[in-house]
Design a protein. Sequence first.
Length: 337
Amino acid sequence: MTSTLLLSDRDVARFLPMPECIEVMAAALRTVAEGAAVLPLRTVMRLDGTPNAFAAMPAILGRGGDAALGAKIITVFPGNDRTPFDSHIGVVLLFDAEHGRLQAIADASSITAIRTAAVSGLATRLLANEDAAELALLGAGVLAMPHLDAVRAVRPIRRVRVWSRSGERASAFAEQARARFEGEVVVCGSARDAVDGADIVCTITAARTPILEGAWLAPGAHVNAVGASLPAARELDSDAVARSRLFVDRRESTLNESGDFLVPRAEGRITDAHILGELGDLLLGRQRGRTSPGDVTLFKSLGLAVEDVAAVRHVFEKASAAGAGTSMAFGGLRAGH
């Protein structure tokens, strides 16, 4: 094939079901841990006077002719939650390692939502207690339903409690969730009520100041901290981080980009050694995750370009085999070929 495949949000949803995506993410993070990936820090440009950003996230996943080359180009506009638009809008590009050909252009909003939740699902599988059945979702935006799907894929969830600063959005999510989830779905009036007694907590908000306090966490809880990805933004207070066994998607990214880590470190509550390892270390057996049922475990997610590249390659391969997507001539061939 010499054309480029355009993959819509519907194509991504069709060919990236959550259970498959969790395994794709596990393979990608294992590859990173084995040293077979090139993964620079993301480039983020701020729009003056706004919280909005334009970002580029390139990566090479694998080695030699089997490597996948790609990049996500994306805008992040937190205020879009009050508009018809997603907060994250952009494309993921996939190139082959043989000729450098542009193989695919995929919708970044759907890939980001699914792969982000899939990594949380993977972290939950690695760190949460096996019998964890109570899930708290702090946030009811675009990441809420994928996170419900991801956590349900790895743990026997019986009840979901959801809280959002927008009660209307929380109620709308609950209605949708009840249509696809046989367990109980409860809308809570406060974040504390949602977290009280929860086995698994996912923070998936656009908050810049803490919405989750460590004092609220039950012994044995597991937390996926997902929403904050800036040095000055955080969803967790310092107590929540300090009392947890902390694992991350990538140590370098956390040390440079995570307010959830950097603020308590600046306060003297933790040191760099508080990061016990990356998910890849757990996958390779280099580090022990939970040491007892009473441990509070924390996965800090920032999102990695290799996750986007692995996801788009998976979608591209499945869509190509199914004859799906939209083929387009995008150049790259020399004249006469």
